[in-house]
Design a binder for this molecule. Structure first.
Ligand code: NG1
Length: 519
């Protein structure tokens, strides 16, 4: 389904109808800020959205399929390429500002043609732009190693809350990469290329991320969720929710627990990536009785639980996927018996390496802090979650006749919701990526009528997603207000953004502005 990043001629093509009244003034403000900052009009706007993950949590980096959807909130980059370019210099210039200029200070960079430095230890908002820039330049140089990027002026407006589990970073990096490609004369940007460079580029800021967010941000199609698979290569297809009665709505609720995975990486996100990779290597050594290492794949550390899965069964076929995953759950229960986790020495011994070799192989890309690795729990989460995704997508694309022909799809809606609830339990108990506040938001929502409630994104704070019958939306919102938000000290802005009823939005877009710099 890939193709070229679409060009819009007006913002109505980009957003769902209900979003236009808030997006119109926002775009007008962005282009007017651009004009007042740089004293010239912007030429185009590149846009990439955030996403909410419906199901398939923390399994993208184990290379199992996931089902996110894009949301309305996005990263916008108004761009102009100054007509005077200094062609004799060894550097090119990027001036970047933000509509929220007090929070995000404007910067100016003279970037050597020879390479871009990104210091992932410094948490600087422009790092994300540099990631996109670096990825785009690598792509531009694929066919032409001497390619010299142009200088550019950029003004950014991001509406995806940072650290909220809605992928502000993927929206930022893929939007920035798109802006750089277009500034450098590429009118037709391949969606797949853009997704792939955004995935790799985001690792520059210190997170060993999977590929779900960037895929959802770039490839989503309005009114559809997106089924994203990572093997044999990255691919995605839009998926419609069947018409149900009662109608289904997605509510996204903030926990207001900040989850900065760049800071907590060594004990949270990056540690989970290491644990899953170690589980794959361990299972391969013990179950597949192999003395050679697990073959390399696209997992962030070069191997994955899916790689073990494929190796174990010879090959994975779509039809047998669910049956195979069930067997793998049993294999994990029988093999990885230590609830308390495994020390480095215990894992190293099974892998036929020293502790130093293990540290070098698995912990040198991104450092992690742990005495023991909970291989059993992490692998159980991954295989059961992959199974839930396969059941969920089966329900969506092939709804069992009995569920739908009664004119009341209550039972069907519940089946979808149950899978989301099971994900939350697994994230809480096995993957340990929830937190009391997210658990609470889910409990409150279920009590007020949600079919399915779970954290979305990396977790440890951030956002939750809820599958709610249309006629219960107000009840669920009121319950959160009464039992959760009213007990917190929130600003008016936080209160108004706490809960969003979200329709599946479109992915990346380009909009060329008129001579006057107006949309
Ligand atoms: P967040 O932190 O919500 O953007 C992260 C990863 C995803 C995926 C989810 C968990 C990045 C950029 N994204 O999402 O790839 O692994 O956690 O399902 O690290």
């Amino acid at each position: 389904m890939a193709g070229i990043v679409p060009h819009a001629s007006k913002i109505e093509e980009i957003y769902t109808h209900d979003a236009i009244p808030t997006q119109s003034p926002r775009w007008a403000n962005l282009v007017s800020k651009f004009q007042s900052t740089y004293n010239m009009p912007a030429q185009f706007v590149a846009r990439s959205p955030g996403r909410v993950n419906i199901i398939g949590e923390h399994i993208d980096y184990s290379l199992y399929p996931v089902l996110p959807m894009a949301i309305t909130s996005d990263a916008l980059f108004a761009v102009s390429v100054p007509s005077e370019q200094n062609t004799t210099s060894d550097t090119f210039k990027v001036r970047i500002s933000n509509v929220q200029s007090e929070r995000f200070t404007a910067k100016e960079f003279d970037i050597p043609y020879s390479g871009i430095e990104i210091d992932s230890k410094v948490h600087e908002w422009t790092n994300y732009f540099k990631c996109g820039l670096k990825g785009a330049i690598q792509l531009l140089r694929r066919g032409n190693p001497d390619f010299r990027p142009v200088s550019m002026d950029v003004c950014m407006d991001g509406s995806v809350p940072a650290g909220g589990g809605l992928s502000s970073s993927a929206a930022f990096v893929s939007g920035a990469a798109l802006a750089v490609m277009v500034a450098n004369g590429v009118e037709k940007v391949s969606k797949m290329d853009l997704t792939e460079i955004a995935i790799v580029a985001e690792r520059e800021v210190g997170v060993n991320s999977g590929g779900m967010d960037q895929s959802a941000s770039v490839l989503s199609v309005k009114d559809n969720a997106l089924y994203v698979s990572f093997v044999p290569e990255l691919s995605a297809r839009p998926v419609k929710f069947p018409k149900t009665k009662p109608e289904l709505k997605f509510l996204i609720a903030q926990s207001f627990v900040a989850a900065d995975k760049h800071v907590t990486g060594p004990v949270c996100y990056n540690l989970r990536v290491v644990e899953c990779s170690l589980a794959a290597a361990y299972l391969h050594a013990v179950v597949n009785k192999s003395s050679s290492p697990l073959p390399e794949d696209k997992g962030p550390l070069g191997i994955s639980l899916y790689g073990f899965h494929k190796g174990h069964f010879g090959q994975e076929t779509g039809r047998d996927m669910a049956a195979q995953l069930k067997q793998l759950v049993q294999i994990v229960k029988d093999t990885l018996t230590k609830e308390e986790g495994y020390t480095r020495a215990e894992v190293a011994e099974k892998l036929g390496m020293t502790v130093e070799q293990l540290e070098k192989r698995f912990e040198s890309t991104f450092p992690v802090r742990a005495e023991r690795f909970k291989l059993r729990q992490r692998a159980l989460h991954v295989f059961t979650e992959a199974l839930r995704v396969s059941k969920f997508i089966g329900l969506l694309e092939d709804p069992p006749a009995g569920y739908m022909d009664t004119g009341n799809s209550e039972e069907y809606n519940r089946a979808l919701g149950d899978l989301m609830n099971a994900t939350q339990a697994s994230c809480r108990d096995l993957y340990e990526c929830s937190c009391p506040e997210l658990d609470r938001l889910c409990q409150i929502a279920r009590k007020a009528g949600s079919y399915g409630s779970r954290l979305t994104g990396a977790g440890w704070g951030g956002c939750s997603v809820h599958l709610v019958p249309g006629d219960k939306v107000e009840d669920v919102k009121a319950a959160w207000e009464k039992d959760y938000y009213s007990k917190m000290d929130l600003t008016a802005e936080q209160k108004s953004g706490a809960v969003v009823v979200s329709k599946p939005g479109s992915g990346s877009y380009l909009l060329t502005l008129g001579e006057d710099g107006k949309p």
